[in-house]
Write a protein that binds this ligand. Structure first.
Ligand code: SF4
Ligand code: SF4
Length: 329
């Protein structure tokens, strides 16, 4: 197992990828969120679920690093270093170890022994940890909610943050006695996690690039082009513009924004804050940029500009109405 110091050094130039398997309602997404909240560094998490009802299999993903450039990826985690399974019945339904890096950790809420589990998933090149999270949950929380408990087990084998940092994140997310009970539960899980380090598991390689090439976007790659307006671009010769450059997003808004040129001082605060490039500016003969209006086709009526304008040079007028009643007499 890596020590906390070794892992911290590794995460200066690498990313730790985690995947959670649960069922709808078990809190796999909250577990992923808590990972990011407890980590002293940079992190992102994404859930994967659609229209599933409670009890359907769900997944959530976490990327943690001390280098913020490495966590700007919103893809699913395809090659996790740690996989956590909140519900043991998923073992027979889903290939939970798919893509799990050799030397990685499978952590399961189960009473099964680690060797049987290794045999069940058919991987000798991974390490296994088990925790009877169901019993801890019923004893301490009084409900079968195992999401925080599995985090206690993860921290035991992958010290990405301390159990105290996890407790702090729980205090931020939950209130009163619920927070206290969850903290008791993670501490118990930390102590009671059963660990099996496989002799056939290699050293965990954090340098494996798990990105899928067609989703990679980097400046200077062939085909990369900065677009003037919001859009999507791909790393080949084809650039497909989308978003507000081609769509009249202004039709979504309920307000027309009215700009008073005579009051405006050209401070540009509205331009900085507008999320849709809808504040129009033009370079003047004096070589400076000046506001020339508001693009109603792309303004979505968020009112940011109205609120930030220090001299009230922007006002609003309802796009629709008033209704005229032309009902027959
Ligand atoms: S209302 Fe929002 S979208 Fe419209 S111009 Fe102002 S800041 Fe931009
Ligand atoms: S924030 Fe107000 S004063 Fe400043 S540029 Fe925009 S409209 Fe003009």
């Amino acid at each position: 197992m890596l020590t906390k110091e070794e892992l911290q050094n590794t995460l200066k130039d690498n990313c730790l990828n985690l995947r959670f398997h649960g069922r709808g309602g078990q809190g796999a997404v909250s577990a992923a969120n808590l990972c990011v909240e407890a980590f002293h560094g940079y992190g992102v998490c994404q859930p994967k679920f659609g229209a599933e009802r409670m009890g359907s299999p769900t997944e959530s993903y976490v990327r943690l690093s001390l280098n913020d450039d490495l966590v700007r990826n919103n893809e699913q985690v395809y090659a996790p270093h740690v996989v956590s399974v909140l519900d043991p019945s998923l073992l027979g339904e889903i290939d939970v170890v798919a893509g799990l890096a050799p030397g990685g950790w499978l952590i399961v809420n189960t009473t099964m022994d680690q060797l049987s589990l290794q045999e069940l998933v058919g991987r000798e090149d991974i390490n296994i940890a088990t925790i009877d999270a169901l019993n801890i949950a019923m004893e301490i929380l009084g409900r079968n909610i195992t999401n925080t408990i599995i985090l206690g087990a993860i921290v035991r084998v992958m010290p990405m943050f301390s159990i105290d940092a996890l407790a702090d994140a729980i205090m931020m997310r939950f209130k009163g006695s619920i927070a206290g009970k969850n903290i008791d539960a993670i501490k118990k899980a930390y102590d009671e996690t059963c660990i099996y380090e496989s002799k056939n598991a290699p050293k965990l390689d954090f340098t494996i690039d798990t990105k899928i090439p067609w989703q990679q976007v980097s400046p200077e790659l062939p085909g990369y082009k900065e677009l003037d307006k919001a859009g999507v671009w791909y790393c080949d010769e084809t650039i497909i513009e989308m978003g507000s450059s081609t769509v009249n997003t202004g039709s979504w808004g309920e307000w027309d924004m009215i700009w008073n040129k005579d009051v405006c001082t050209d401070c540009a605060q509205c331009w900085f804050i507008c999320p849709d490039f809808a504040i129009l500016r033009k370079k003047g003969d004096d070589g400076l940029w000046h506001m020339i209006g508001i693009d109603q086709e792309h303004c979505k009526s968020c009112l940011n500009c109205l609120e930030i304008c220090p001299v009230k040079a922007i006002t609003k007028k309802l796009k629709q109405g008033p209704a005229s009643c032309a009902a027959p007499q």
